[in-house]
Design a protein around this ligand. Structure first.
Ligand code: NDP
Length: 444
């Protein structure tokens, strides 16, 4: 049995009910096999076993009272996975599907993603099975206050700095920050994604979506291609999807689909982003409402057929495992030339194999969606300096970071004999920095 297989076997025995975590660990460990052979010192120091075990896992009760006076109880999580290269850093997800497996998979991916940014941030992730959909602002505030009343003791500007993710945007970060500050009586950069008037960074809102498109642009260049004149299918209509769509449009592409968990719409004339922003960011409405303003567009209930819409480039920006093997085959059959993951792990391993086998350019999320956490780290720098950069300054740094991530991943893949395989390249490039830090810091 290979060393990776042996490690994964033990991991599955230890964590039997964590399919998403095991899926993420498998993808990484299998691609690190050549590294295991080249670096026996990593094996000897138990780097692989240690990186798979979170440094700390916190699970807690989150009680709150809804608008009808009924007591509700949710479960909160914070997985502090690795602090080898900096304070734990990673988002909070509020969604009914949240469980330990999902938070661990996200936290594990975050270690390598944060390393790839070149910035000094470790890996962590958290969240709750709370569903902000359909809740009043008062209910969301009460939940956030209860959540942080436990979490505050585990986090801090130099310890662990959470941010947003699915279901956690500016509103939630505001409620979490307000209560944190009240409890600790300190104004510090303990959360990122803050409002501009109270410590946030310009371009953080846009960062993940813009960063994704900067990364895919670099990837397209390796084949002499660009976004200009391309039809682009995007899933999701949240933070990542909206700003990916905005940048695609700026680079001359046409976004033809967007979705939410109820269904998707197709607008061949090009998605009206002002309308989507108004529906999603202001009115908190559904994608089905898009056709009220755009009767020429078509709405489809359910998301299962979104990847049958013919496109040149696909950017899945909703959630994990949203493109399976059959979806990938449909995309290939319809002439798709590139896929860039905006979400975390939206493509199953079988789907990724279809892309690789068919020479479809593929950008793995841990590299291509790292722009969000990169600008979060820039927000931390600005907080420490008590200073703010302009939008243009942050955007230029973001673009530079995304180009560097692409270069690192591309070159690592080439060095290990797998040119063009950015999955292998991103895993190796991200891992080596963390492994070197762990080696230097002894058995901890
Ligand atoms: P948002 O909550 O802003 O938006 C999520 C979007 O995806 C919504 O349109 C939502 O629809 C849809 N969605 C969520 N769950 C499902 C599901 N199970 N099935 C179908 N659609 C679903 O989140 P973000 O845009 O911030 O995050 C999207 C993805 O990007 C996630 O995988 C996240 O981990 C990843 N990511 C986000 C970063 C960030 O900076 N925000 C950074 C890096 C990665 P609905 O409204 O119906 O739920």
């Amino acid at each position: 049995m290979s060393m990776a297989a042996n490690l994964l076997d033990k991991l599955a025995q230890k964590n039997p009910n964590e399919p998403e975590f095991l899926q993420a660990a498998r993808e990484v460990m299998e691609s690190l096999e050549p590294l295991m052979e080249r670096h026996p010192e990593y094996v000897k120091a138990g780097i692989f076993e240690r990186i798979l075990e979170p440094e700390r896992q916190v699970m807690f009760r989150v009680p709150w009272v809804d608008d009808r006076g009924t007591v509700q109880v949710n479960r909160g999580y914070r997985i502090e996975f690795s602090s080898a290269i900096g304070p734990y850093k990673g988002g909070l997800r509020f969604h009914p599907s949240v469980n330990l497996s999902i938070i661990k998979f996200l936290g594990f991916e975050q270690i390598l993603k944060n390393s790839l940014t070149g910035l000094p941030i470790g890996g962590g992730k958290g969240g709750s099975d709370f569903d902000p959909k359909g809740k009043s602002d008062a209910e969301v505030m009460k939940f956030c206050q209860s959540f942080i009343t436990e979490l505050y003791r585990h986090i801090g500007a130099d310890t662990d700095v959470p941010a947003g993710d699915i279901g956690v945007g500016g509103r939630e970060i505001g409620y979490l920050f307000g209560q944190y500050k009240r409890i600790v009586n300190r104004y510090e950069g303990v959360l990122t994604g803050k409002g501009l008037a109270w410590g946030g960074s310009l371009a953080r809102t846009e960062a993940t979506g813009y960063g994704l498109v900067y990364f895919v642009e670099e990837m397209l260049k390796t084949k002499g291609e660009s976004f200009a004149g391309k039809k682009v299918a995007i899933s999701g209509s949240g933070n990542v999807a909206i700003y990916a769509a905005e940048k695609v449009r700026a680079l001359g592409g046409t976004v033809i689909t967007m979705s939410d968990s109820n269904g998707y719409f197709v607008d061949e004339a090009g998605v009206d982003l002002d309308c989507v922003k108004q529906l999603k960011e202001v009115e908190r409405k559904r994608c089905s409402d898009y056709i009220n303003n755009h009767p020429e567009a078509k709405y489809f209930e359910g998301c299962q057929n979104i990847w049958m819409v013919p496109c040149d480039i696909a950017l899945p920006c909703a959630t994990q495992n949203e493109i399976n093997e059959q979806d990938a085959k449909n995309l290939v059959a319809n002439g798709c030339i590139a896929v860039g993951e905006g979400a975390n792990m939206p493509c199953t391993p079988e789907a990724v194999k279809v892309f690789h086998d068919n020479n479809v350019l593929f950008a793995p999320g841990k590299a291509s969606n790292a722009g969000g956490v990169a600008v979060s780290a820039l927000e931390m720098s600005q907080n420490s300096m008590r200073y703010s950069w302009t939008f243009e300054e942050v955007d230029a740094k973001l673009k530079n970071i995304m180009i560097n991530i692409h270069t690192k991943a591309y070159q690592a893949a080439k060095e290990y004999g797998q040119e063009g395989n950015l999955v292998v390249g991103a895993n190796i490039a991200g891992f080596v920095k963390v492994a070197e830090a762990m080696l230097a810091q002894g058995i901890v």
